[in-house]
Design a protein around this ligand. Structure first.
Ligand code: PLP
Length: 393
């Protein structure tokens, strides 16, 4: 195999947020993969490091062309150079836009359950979270458009943050759904932030649809957040971009990012992004295949061994959204109990807002042997928790 995703790398004592856990603990929570990134990216970083001078950086033409080329080749979407602004991360950018594009106490709409840090970006800036809860029919999630429109039409609602594809449920939004969201937001003057950080981590053969590609209204009323960081496991390098087709909106976003000092690259951010988007395709395709096999293995194991839990079918992300539908007790309590008893560290679904209470989120972007360890702990942990929950009654 050209790339060895089975290789286990010890990440303890590397100041890893994910791996700052107890000796016997196995972290499968935060969206951070346990794989080495693409060798081409490692080479670009080594080359930059070897230079030995790490002064302030600028954003060269190659960086713009790398993003434009990738979206054209991989996603059949033509971005323009003018649209793109470098930023140090998707979350800092969303927080900056919340401050710049809305006013205190206004409402920001999210489709829940959703990536929990959106709540921080909204609440920490003194705005209100407005949740439109998605409906789960046991197979897939759907938007309740009646509820969505009613909430978007609230004059206090000025922004919607869309997760495309959607973390944690792993859904790829189709063109028609995105178009409907786009029309409603346009009609009610609600700006759309489309967080597309997971867009490259789709199942082989499945494409995502860039929100801005859907229609003129979608394009002119949106800011798209993109990055190589989820795809290539580079979150610690702080390298991302926003694409803002509308010039007036772009001016505001740029001013916000500059005011917040979130628009200047560190010494490795540019070279890593260029290497990723110009040389990373073969690695990414191999990774997507590996993740798919991990997903299949996990789904099969859970189906056979842990019937209290159902894996929500998904086409994107390396996060499993586990429905504890037949489990005795409460998912959040089970997560805590399981961590204590087996060391398996998952995210409790209630962190992701309304509708997340009966779920757990499990990151399966790890070598197969680690996944197998995690699945055994999950089985053991759920059984132990259920016994505890039953005996308590
Ligand atoms: C939907 C989504 N947006 C943003 C981020 C984080 O982005 P960044 O590290 O660029 O701030 C994550 C990380 O898990 C995520 O899942």
């Amino acid at each position: 195999m050209l790339y060895d995703f089975d290789k286990q790398i010890n990440r303890r004592n590397t100041n890893s947020l994910k791996w700052e856990v107890g000796e016997n603990e196995l972290p499968m929570w935060v969206a951070d993969m346990d794989f080495e990134t693409a060798p081409e990216i490692c080479a670009a970083i080594r080359k930059r490091a070897a230079h030995g001078v790490f002064g302030y950086s600028t954003v060269p033409e190659e960086w713009y062309q790398a993003y434009i080329g990738w979206w054209k080749r991989r996603h059949d979407f033509q971005m323009e150079k003018d649209w793109l602004i470098f930023c140090t991360g998707v979350v800092p950018t969303i927080s900056s836009m919340v401050r710049k594009l809305t006013t205190p106490a206004e409402k920001v709409l999210v489709l829940t359950p959703v990536y929990n840090i959106f709540f921080n970006s909204i609440l920490n800036n003194g705005r209100q979270v407005l949740e439109s809860r998605m409906e789960y029919d046991g197979e897939t999630y759907q938007i309740n458009f009646e509820d969505l429109e009613q909430k978007l039409s609230d004059p206090q609602t000025s922004m919607m943050i869309l997760c495309n594809p959607h973390n944690p449920v792993g859904k790829i939004w189709d063109r028609e759904t995105l178009g409907r969201i786009g029309e409603l937001c346009w009609k009610h003057h609600v700006v759309v932030i489309s967080d597309e950080i997971h867009c490259d981590l789709t199942e082989p053969g499945c494409a995502y649809v860039p929100f801005a590609s859907v229609s003129k209204h979608c394009r002119d009323n949106s800011v798209t957040c993109v990055a190589p960081t989820k795809t290539f496991n580079l979150a610690g390098l702080q390298t991302a971009a926003v694409a803002v087709p509308d010039p007036v909106l772009r001016h505001k976003v740029r001013r916000g990012l500059n005011t917040d000092e979130a628009a200047e690259p560190n010494a490795f951010a540019i070279d890593a992004a260029i290497a990723a988007f110009t040389e990373g395709e073969a690695w990414l395709d191999a990774l997507r295949g590996y993740i798919l096999e991990n997903k299949k293995a996990a789904a099969e194991y859970i189906r056979g061994q842990i019937p209290q839990i159902e894996v929500v079918p998904s086409k994107a992300t390396y996060l499993l959204w586990l429905h504890c539908s037949r489990m005795v007790g409460f998912a959040a309590e089970a997560a805590e109990y399981m961590r204590e008893k087996t060391g398996l560290y998952l995210s409790a679904g209630n962190r992701f807002g309304a509708g997340g209470g009966d779920f757990l989120r499990m990151n399966i972007a790890c070598p197969r042997a680690v996944l197998e360890d995690g699945l055994c702990r999950l089985k053991e942990g759920i059984a132990a928790y259920e016994e505890f929950a039953v005996n308590r009654c």
